[in-house]
Design a protein around this ligand. Sequence first.
Ligand code: NAD
Length: 263
Amino acid sequence: MDLGLKDRVAIVAASSQGLGKAVAMGLAREGAVVALCARTESTLISAAEEIRRETGAGVRTRALDVTDHEQVRRFVADTVEEYGRLDICVANAGGPPSKTFAETTIEDWQAAATLNLMSTVYLAKEALPVMQHRRWGRFIAITSVTVKQPVEGLILSNAVRSGVSGLIKTLSNEYGPYNVLVNNVCPGFTATARLVDLSRKLAEKEGVTPQEIEDRWARQTPLGRLGQPEEFANLVVFLASERSSYITGVSIAVDGGIVKGLY
Ligand code: NAD
């Protein structure tokens, strides 16, 4: 299948490692030009070098914090200025800490809302008008299976990411008439640094090993294993492509079947 991604211009946020980097790599493999951002310049540059080396694609980078609207605004504007277009925007950020409700502070709630909801709003505010103008676009949020089924100990993610689902569905209605597709992809337990960090913290709390925590997560999925970042990226790349042309407003899990509900 030709995905029609050659020379498309894509922003992938929070992409120095993990899911964001795998998505950027996947898009680059299909011939897209990718603009990466994350907070730490050094890891961002090594991610960009790896993507260039493996794919030969054009890659630009910007060290920024997605919770800062002005930095996001300039990044999107500079990318559009350099390439004359923006076709794809993948909204992503780090995850909020693992806490019970009693352990959270008001500041934790405000930080989670800024990190996961407002960062998506900032990217949407800047990217969607450009896509609307060109009558072609793909805006994809990376959230979590927590939008379909709450995960124990992740109340901040369980609560705040549902706001992103509501945002994405509404945007799909507002931008559909302009041929801009807006979707939400929800990772399950996927082997990244974020998961290592979560398993370590949970293991400390429970007095078990991180491996035992990861094995427990794996057993919860019908496939009996954690996902790989590339398996997640494959769906995002498809949704970003020409071939996804009649799919908008959906939240799709890439979770090895861990969500037990029907939808
Ligand atoms: P990760 O920690 O491996 O990578 C996160 C990336 O985001 C890094 O590149 C980091 O530099 C960047 N980043 C973090 N905060 C940022 C900020 N404020 N501004 C700019 N860049 C920032 O995480 P991951 O596993 O790739 O997860 C990506 C997202 O998906 C997270 O929100 C995570 O909570 C969510 N998620 C992950 C899993 C999983 O199993 N890996 C499951 C469900 C949801």
